[in-house]
Design a protein around this ligand. Structure first.
Ligand code: MEV
Length: 423
């Protein structure tokens, strides 16, 4: 029997849970317990979370960690990170401390503009369309006046609007391409509202609007972060060899897409964790970053490395469309707390903090990969997850953790140790 239901969103939370459990679970009381044990006892706080989306039945916890010792443009930061992967916060903290004694991270915002399009079809004469656009350009901008008023007060708004002929790519396809400055807000709602108002004014019998939407490709909303030091200051037994292997690893990610994707995934480990902690849109950031990595036609590393005149330089350039006002940033108490922890940054400052977090994560991964491999550190961090899986008590945990202090952690070795302990 099909389980299609009408009017589901109108049901109460309890009714939704009952329907779900009756239709999709076997152990009904256990399931109910799992769902409800994550409800917050503060009903107002729970209501706030319920209202973020539709059909909320519970909350999904993620660890909220902090990475101290980040020095960015000579300012100290402790960076909030929401992430489930065990080694991410540890790696960020370690690398932040490492670079804090070598000049820290130097960051720079390259641009902040975002783009949106009215995509439309027009089968007539292109020059007639151009005339119609030129004649109505002021009208189009006026159509957004009530929406842009507040943004303009904050120094943002629409910067440019132009007609783009895309008929070479798809017959009859044109765009109105609109460039925006959205200051401290991510600006998705603002951009989309402006575009829809423009589209309404522009539409006429021979212009068929297909859609009006911002682009998450934001190559002009770009930030860079860099670390550098003398090669010998990198430390270790053979800093020259380390620097060269490190550079090779970055070069490989520049020419080999299979490696580049994993390399960039490591960067996004750091960036996404801060994006989530600050209530920003990680899907938008992910989409934009990977599109930027492919801008040459081949997917490449977002980071770069150079050794010149005895100086090791490692840097990243990444597009980040972020907000520090509006959206979840003001609504989610933990996002608010994150922004306060970061000393209430502007969107521009947050871009720089995130780029530093991404670069730190990339440095940690490449340093481990080109020296002892990542599994040693990774499995050490993962050990606690394995211990929790087997429901060890505190004393057992201490014993097993101490045992693996100077041994390689593998899943089977841990299981064996637990078995031996419990015999
Ligand atoms: C794991 O989450 C991330 C790494 O694979 C990144 C990399 O390989 O550079 C370690």
């Amino acid at each position: 029997m099909r389980k299609i239901i009408s009017g589901f969103s109108k049901l109460s939370k309890k009714e939704k849970i009952n329907w779900l459990i009756e239709n999709y679970f076997h152990n009904q009381s256990e399931t109910l317990k799992t769902i409800t044990q994550y409800w917050n006892s503060d009903t107002a706080l729970q209501q706030l979370h319920d209202d973020f989306i539709e059909n909320t039945i519970s909350n999904f916890y993620m660890p909220f960690g902090i990475a101290p010792n980040f020095v960015i443009n000579n300012k100290d930061y402790v960076i909030p990170m929401v992430v489930e992967e065990s080694s991410v916060v540890a790696a960020a903290s370690l690398v932040a401390k490492f670079w804090s004694t070598r000049g820290g991270f130097k960051t720079k915002v390259i641009g902040t503009t975002k783009i949106g399009h009215v995509h439309f079809m027009y089968a007539g004469d292109g020059s007639v369309l151009q005339d119609y656009f030129d004649e109505n350009k002021t009208e189009l901008l006026l159509a957004t006046a009530s929406i842009t008023k507040n943004m303009e007060k904050r120094g943002g708004g629409i910067l440019e609007i132009q007609l783009v002929d895309k008929t070479d790519a798809l017959s009859n396809y044109y765009q109105l391409e609109v460039t925006f400055e959205t200051k401290d807000s991510m600006g998705a709602n603002f951009i989309n509202s402006c575009l829809e108002a423009i589209a309404k004014t522009f539409e006429k019998q021979d212009i068929e609007i297909v859609m009006s939407i911002l682009s998450n490709y934001v190559p002009e909303c770009l930030v860079s972060a860099e670390v550098s030091c003398k090669v010998e200051e990198l430390g270790g037994q053979n800093p020259q060899k380390f620097a060269e292997k490190f550079r090779q690893a970055v070069q490989i990610a520049s020419v080999e897409p299979y490696r580049a994707v994993t390399h960039n995934k490591g960067i996004m480990n750091g960036i996404d964790a801060v994006v989530l902690a600050t209530g920003n849109d990680f899907r938008a950031v992910e989409a934009g970053a990977h599109a930027y990595a492919s801008r040459s036609g081949q997917y490449k590393s977002l980071s770069h490395c150079e050794i010149k005149d005895g100086i090791f330089r490692f840097w990243i350039e990444v597009p980040l469309a972020l907000g520090t006002v509006g959206g979840l940033t003001a609504l989610h108490p933990m996002a608010k707390l994150s922004l306060e922890m970061l000393q209430k940054p502007s969107a521009k400052t947050l871009m720089q903090i995130m780029a530093a977090a991404g670069l730190a994560q990339n440095f940690a991964a490449l340093r481990a990969l080109t020296t002892k491999g990542i599994q040693e550190g990774h499995m050490k961090m993962h050990l606690q997850n394995i211990l929790n899986q087997f429901h060890l008590n505190d004393q057992e945990k201490q014993l097993v953790t101490a045992y693996f202090d100077n041994k390689t952690v593998t899943h089977s070795a841990v299981v064996e140790k637990i078995k031996a302990l419990r015999k």
